[in-house]
Design a binder for this molecule. Structure first.
Ligand code: G1P
Length: 291
């Protein structure tokens, strides 16, 4: 049976962003820019470049700036037009046009699994992608697109994975199972943030998933796990017991932009990729390294 096309994505954006205080006291952490593009826009662009049409944003109180960012801003765009700054006006408008955003709220902070479950009314019975906003993945073929290709070819849910050093497994959801080929694993078990001694492998999930809608029932049955929260990884364990779940080692460089150093790493990498900025950034780096 041919698989149903993946047209929808969920972006959980309900967290408090405590790792970035005080910056996140009054603005959502998703709006912090990498150079001049808010992180959430980079995530939405990955989804759009992967063929996603509808993006379900799971937010919380005080996150209205994200919705405004993906809307039109008539005052700004009209002022820019009148000042003959058409390019800037178009940059602003094109964000509003880029996707169809559906915004829902997670009213209680019960964990990532619960945030994904909040998206069920907007997803229904379709397969969907999940993109976590702290994880930026720079790839020629967007990571989500790579996973959608696996989903559609194998007709099975799939999580993106990367190999991490053993001491780092306790930062991630980790998968274990049988390798089908050097890049593809049939997953039999998953553990959220295990101690290195308890990890089934060093394959970590850096925030990209393409799942069948069966995950919602699994999440409804998932009890609070690590940190007393309903973990997506625990829901995936139930899914793996009920239907085929794959892990795919994607091509691309991942930045943990939710961590201070990871954020600086991402900022430098994205700035150095911009031809108009790269020479200046190189000069600045030289200056600071000399000092
Ligand atoms: C979440 C997930 C974890 C995943 C990680 C990727 O953890 O629970 O399974 O590996 O994102 O960044 P968090 O970093 O939000 O604590």
């Amino acid at each position: 049976m041919a698989s149903i096309k993946v047209r929808k994505a969920v972006i959980p954006a309900a967290g408090l962003g405590t790792r970035f205080l005080p910056a996140t006291k009054a603005i959502p952490k998703e709006m912090i820019p990498i150079v001049d593009i808010p992180m959430i826009q980079l995530i939405v662009e990955e989804a759009v470049r992967s063929g996603i049409q509808d993006i379900v944003l799971v937010t919380a109180r005080h996150k209205g700036a994200i919705e405004d960012h993906f809307d039109f801003n008539y005052e700004l765009e009209d002022t820019l037009d009148k000042k003959n700054k058409k390019d800037l006006a178009e940059i602003s408008r094109s964000i509003g046009k880029s996707c169809n955003l559906i915004s829902l709220r997670q009213k209680n902070p019960l964990g990532l699994g619960h945030a994904v479950l909040c998206a069920e009314p907007a997803i229904g019975n379709e397969p969907f992608a999940i993109l976590l906003g702290d994880d930026l993945i720079d790839a020629k073929i967007p990571c989500t697109k790579q996973l959608i290709e696996v989903y559609e070819r194998e007709n099975a849910s799939v999580v993106g994975v990367m190999d991490v050093p053993s001491p780092e497994v306790s930062k991630y959801g980790i998968v274990g199972g049988k390798m089908l080929n050097p890049k593809l694993m049939e997953v039999s078990h998953l553990v959220e943030k295990p101690a290195p001694s308890a990890a089934p492998s060093c394959f970590a999930i850096p925030g990209r998933y393409v799942l069948s809608s069966k995950i919602f029932q699994c999440l409804k049955e998932t009890k609070p796990g690590k940190g007393g929260e309903i973990q997506l990884t625990d829901g995936l364990q139930l899914l793996a017991e009920r239907e085929r779940l794959l892990a795919y080692q994607f091509e691309g460089i991942r930045y943990d932009a939710g961590d201070r150093l990871g954020f600086i790493d991402a900022t430098l990498a994205y700035a150095l990729k911009r031809p108009e900025l790269a020479p200046g950034v190189q000069e600045l780096l030289k200056k600071h390294l000399k000092a």
